[in-house]
Design a protein around this ligand. Structure first.
Ligand SMILES: Cc1cc2nc3c(=O)[nH]c(=O)nc-3n(C[C@H](O)[C@H](O)[C@H](O)COP(=O)(O)O)c2cc1C
Length: 232
């Protein structure tokens, strides 16, 4: 069983996933990265089916992931912003997790340390941090910190992006700019639209790894403290 579980609500092999993976690598612990992309997580129907045993009764891909979270020592959750909110996939996941995991004083994630990976097209991350923090608080997850990244708008690869006045590409570059690799945002190429960034602002890999190292330290200290407490 992996010590740390990472969950991405972003696209497969895109920025949210690579940010989470880098944080997980920084922990130096065993980890499993689970992508919600291609998985079915139905929203909460408020059917009360979970009341007796804190488990959602619907047969989708949700429960096996949650069981792994329950067994883990720490969580790294990341999502992109869609329309100034965490995307619906991430939202559906947490709706169910927080409702099924909150009956009769049982909060299975209470006290687990967690990190948030927040991604959006402009690199500010505030909507995802706000939304995920609310769920972490409700579940009793201890927020260790967050890492924010500018992601790659879908317009970079749709085939029309650099001539579309309605897309995200036009927020960053003048229409007509050729889409070359060096202007695509990645975690090692943040804000290609800004010329004079410091190297650590352009490449946030070390920052993400450092957040992973902090998460690992928090977990180790927590375990040590619990050991001392149990000895008494
Ligand atoms: C439907 C949709 C809505 C979006 N809304 C926003 C938004 O409100 N603000 C923003 O900064 N980026 C927005 N984005 C851009 C995504 O946050 C960005 O592409 C991010 O990189 C996606 O994460 P991923 O690459 O890990 O899939 C939106 C993208 C989509 C597809």
């Amino acid at each position: 069983m992996a010590e740390i579980i990472g969950i991405s609500a972003g696209r497969k092999n895109k920025i949210t996933e690579s940010l989470i993976e880098t944080i997980l690598q920084g922990t130096g612990k065993s980890y499993e990265l689970i992508s919600l992309s291609g998985k079915l997580v139905r929203p909460c129907e408020a059917c009360n089916g979970c009341v007796k045993n804190n488990r959602c009764v619907f047969q989708d891909d949700f429960l096996p992931i949650v069981e792994k979270m329950y067994q883990s020592e720490g969580i790294v959750f990341g999502a992109p912003t869609y329309w100034d909110h965490m995307n619906a996939k991430g939202q559906a996941f947490w709706e169910k997790l927080c409702f099924s995991g909150r009956h009769n004083g049982v909060f299975p994630l209470r006290g687990k340390p967690g990190v948030i990976a927040a991604v959006d097209g402009i690199g500010d991350g505030k909507h995802v941090i706000r939304d995920v923090k609310k769920y972490y608080d409700d579940a009793g997850i201890n927020l260790v910190g967050n890492v924010v990244a500018q992601g790659e708008y879908a317009c970079f690869t749709c085939g029309y992006g650099n001539y579309c006045p309605d897309g995200g590409f036009a927020e960053l570059f003048p229409l007509g700019t050729p889409i070359t690799e060096d202007i695509k945002p990645s975690i090692s190429n943040q804000h290609p639209e800004i010329c004079d960034l410091k190297p650590e602002e352009r490449n946030i890999k070390e920052k993400a790894k450092n957040m992973g190292a902090i998460l690992a330290k928090v977990i180790d200290n927590h375990k040590k403290q619990q050991g001392l407490f149990n000895e008494e």
